[in-house]
Design a protein around this ligand. Structure first.
Ligand SMILES: Cc1cc2nc3c(=O)[nH]c(=O)nc-3n(C[C@H](O)[C@H](O)[C@H](O)COP(=O)(O)O)c2cc1C
Length: 157
């Protein structure tokens, strides 16, 4: 499948769900920071996830994750999945979205207009020392910096 998007607006305006884990045990959360491109001559997706997120544990434990995009009708569902934690709520049920097994190691959603299946090829905690002052002040006064996960795109559905 060909994936066409205005890459500078895709994450920032449309948002996405990052989902990791197996169908019987997964977690998902909304992201608006991310990118797509090329690394080591492979097509990749990059996402940035704070260590305090429950999804972070699932990303660390699993080699695969999915990045799912939705049309505007699901913005409310994405807002909910980005404001509650799967640690203490069944937020997927509350969102009304329908999880779907994509492979035994990858979960997506029936309602997604595009789902990218990624195999993690790099995981790296952002180095606070290397982060510019404006971002340090805004994002990292109280919480540890994001972890960057880069996944090789295996499939686009
Ligand atoms: C529009 C939007 C974008 C977000 N983008 C990110 C992001 O890129 N990285 C991140 O760590 N958290 C981001 N968040 C916050 C998480 O989605 C939120 O903390 C979520 O409740 C974490 O869920 P979890 O604890 O079940 O993993 C975003 C939230 C919203 C509403």
């Amino acid at each position: 499948m060909t994936f066409t998007a205005d890459i500078l607006k895709l994450f920032d305006e449309k948002w996405a769900l990052v989902t990791a884990g197996a169908p019987d045990s997964f977690n998902t959360m909304t992201v608006s920071w991310g990118g797509m491109g090329t690394l080591w001559s492979r097509p990749v997706v990059t996402v940035y996830i704070k260590p305090v997120r429950y999804t972070h544990e699932f990303l660390d434990r699993n080699e695969y994750f999915t990045v799912s995009f939705f049309d505007g009708r699901y913005k409310k569902a994405l807002a909910l999945l980005g404001s509650k934690s799967g640690r203490d709520t069944n937020k997927v049920a509350l969102s009304g979205l329908t999880p779907k097994e994509i492979t035994p190691e990858a979960v997506g959603f029936e309602e997604a207009e595009a789902t990218i299946v990624c195999r993690r090829i790099l995981r790296q905690d952002l180095d606070l020392e290397a982060i510019p002052d404006f971002a340090k002040k805004t994002y990292y006064e109280t919480e540890a910096p994001h972890t960057m996960y880069i996944g090789e795109i295996e499939k686009i559905l």
